[in-house]
Design a binder for this molecule. Structure first.
Ligand code: HPA
Ligand code: ZN
Length: 344
């Protein structure tokens, strides 16, 4: 007999309203869209077919993924390409009952190929506006600096993006973590704080707990992306539980990039039980085998999460969102109403 409690918790997780706070929009490019955009733009891909590209999605670590992810993003040239990519994500998000999404984008991946900053930001921003108007999803953009590049390059990127300041709410730090500690970007994050931008950083995905401390103390981030290495450090766990500094965890990403060997070994449940403000997210859903609900479903099954865990994860997603108090109250109310209906 199927474990009916788990089935019920999976159904609840899928149905309730949630926020997604860790999604690289370039990581939502499905192979079919990569090929369609390559054809539209006359870009030659090093793969013969959608199937051949999908077959290449066998990753051993973060870098083996990033090499393919940057190659996939090379088909993005026109404003319409950025719009179409984000719109395709919003349709998937709507199906998963995402009511608020904060999207990472990597401008340096595009400006390095000669794509103007305006093209990137305007295409994404228009999709965000349409998501709100047509799908009822509130959406915001977070500009990520590529940490394998220099801090000087990050400063130049910030400068180039400032004419479009009203289109993004914050900055992040992504790409190859090992050897590129948060402290490398201390000055540019200080400048971003002066500009009133929110700050997040990937830390403790492949890197050590020390990188999480650096992101907190040196970059003064308001959320940690991934952060699963925090379990190495009891003092850090205590700090995260006390401050409730949110962590945007991505279980299927951790599995596909071999951060964990098996989802059953994923630390998400331990993090929840320790009182951390942990959330579930998809990271790069086109590459890692699923969007938000797939992450919830597989994690609920692998870790036998309870109904209380599922509800806590959804509540945490709104607690961790960069929205006004009034917006947060409205989102919480939407969740509580859905919970009352689902459990009636
Ligand atoms: N980690 C670091 N950089 C990234 C990721 C990730 O999971 N996805 C896209 N850029
Ligand atoms: Zn990420």
């Amino acid at each position: 007999m199927k474990n009916s409690a788990v089935e019920r918790d999976v159904a609840l997780a899928r149905a309730i309203p949630k926020a997604e706070l860790h999604i690289h929009i370039e990581g939502s490019l499905e192979p079919e869209l990569i090929f369609a955009l390559a054809q539209r733009n006359g870009v030659k891909l090093p793969y013969d077919s959608v199937q051949a590209l999908r077959t290449a999605y066998a990753f051993t670590d973060l870098q083996s993924f990033l090499d393919i992810y940057y190659a996939g993003a090379s088909v993005l040239l026109q404003e319409a390409d950025f719009y179409d990519m984000a719109w395709a994500y919003f349709l998937r998000a709507q199906a998963d009952h995402v009511i608020h999404a904060e999207l990472f984008f990597d401008p340096q991946t595009h400006t390095a190929r000669g794509v103007p900053m305006a093209t990137v930001i305007q295409g994404l921003s228009r999709a965000c506006a349409d998501a709100k108007a047509q799908l009822g999803i509130s959406a915001a953009l977070i500009l990520c600096f590529l940490r394998h590049l220099s801090e000087e390059d990050a400063f130049a990127t910030l400068e180039a993006a400032l004419p479009y300041r009203e289109h993004f709410i914050g900055v992040g730090l992504d790409s190859s973590e090992l050897g590129h500690p948060p402290e490398k970007f201390q000055r540019v994050f200080a400048r971003c704080r002066e500009l009133g931008l929110r700050a997040v950083a990937h830390a403790g995905e492949e890197g050590p707990a020390e990188y999480i401390w650096q992101a907190i103390d040196g970059l003064q981030v308001q959320r940690i992306d991934h952060g699963v290495a925090c379990l190495e450090d009891p003092l850090l766990m205590a700090e995260l539980a006390y401050t409730r500094l949110p962590l945007t965890v991505c279980p299927l990403s951790n599995l596909k990039l071999c951060v964990v060997k098996d989802l059953a070994e994923h630390p998400l449940k331990k993090m929840l039980d320790a009182g951390l403000c942990v959330t579930v997210n998809s990271d790069d859903p086109a590459y890692f085998g699923g969007y938000l609900n797939a992450n919830f479903e597989q994690t609920v099954r692998a870790l036998a999460l309870s109904e209380a865990d599922v509800v806590q994860l959804a509540r945490n997603s709104f607690e961790a969102s960069f929205v006004t108090d009034a917006e947060r109250a409205a989102m919480r109310q939407t969740l509580e109403r859905a919970l009352a209906e689902a459990t009636a």
